[in-house]
Design a protein around this ligand. Structure first.
Ligand code: SAM
Length: 213
């Protein structure tokens, strides 16, 4: 969501603690893509509602969304995966600074490999948050899905990709393939027989998929 509606909704958000504003500033300065505050607020509400015991996050960046999910529900335990070395280091540092090492484990490496290894060990989660390479969402979903409890949620961010899913002709040529992959993901996801999905046009678009009981 862009423009006036986004500005309006951002203004309605509660005042954040200093560490939240500092991380948002840092991400902006360093050009690190993190969840926009309005979508983050929405996901935090979903977490307060569902009280997940274990969350798998795919795409840590500098630890912003993981820390905010703990803020929403301090009893949660999160495993989050990041492949970029510098971002991984930053995430570990931020999580230490906030004294949340007991809640959040940051795994360094490619999510495709790490998820496969976790699935082989029969790990289980009640919420999975996909926020990494957009072209691989279907693969992330398929690999992680067996670890999700029935009644659990998979959240996928950026599924509307700045509106290009509706107007692919407006996307830069280097993004066209990505737009097509997201469109295919959304088609596949909304028809998935084991999940009930709703796409919410908030931020860059968040898909909420409930694993049927
Ligand atoms: N969830 C974070 C937040 O809101 O604070 C933002 C994550 S950012 C949008 C996506 C991150 O996923 C990037 O830091 C990128 O390096 C990482 N990433 C992309 N593909 C990945 C993969 N296959 N395995 C692990 N990390 C990946």
């Amino acid at each position: 969501m862009e423009g006036q509606l986004a500005t309006y909704l951002t203004k309605l958000l509660p005042i954040q603690e200093d560490w939240v504003m500092e991380m948002e500033k840092e991400a902006k300065k360093e050009n690190v893509p993190i969840m926009d505050p309005v979508s983050m607020d929405f996901i935090m509400l979903l977490i307060k509602l569902t009280k997940p015991k274990r969350i798998l996050e795919i795409g840590t960046a500098i630890g912003y969304s993981a820390l905010r999910m703990v803020e929403a529900y301090p009893k949660v335990s999160i495993v989050t995966i990041e492949r970029d070395n510098a971002r991984y280091e930053k995430a570990v540092q931020h999580i230490k600074q906030q004294n949340k090492t007991g809640n959040i484990t940051v795994v360094h490496g490619d999510a495709l490999e790490k998820i496969e290894a976790m699935a082989a060990k029969k790990e289980s989660f009640d919420l999975i948050f996909i926020d990494a390479a957009k072209g691989q969402y279907k693969r992330f979903f398929e690999l992680a899905s067996p670890m999700l409890e029935n009644g659990g949620l998979i959240l996928s961010d950026n599924v509307l990709f700045k509106g290009y899913v509706v107007h692919p002709e407006e996307a830069h040529s280097r993004h066209k393939k990505m737009v097509e992959r997201i469109q295919n993901y959304n088609d596949w996801l909304t028809k998935h027989p084991d999940y009930t999905t709703s796409i919410v046009p908030i931020g860059d678009g968040v898909a909420i998929s409930l694993k049927n009981w």
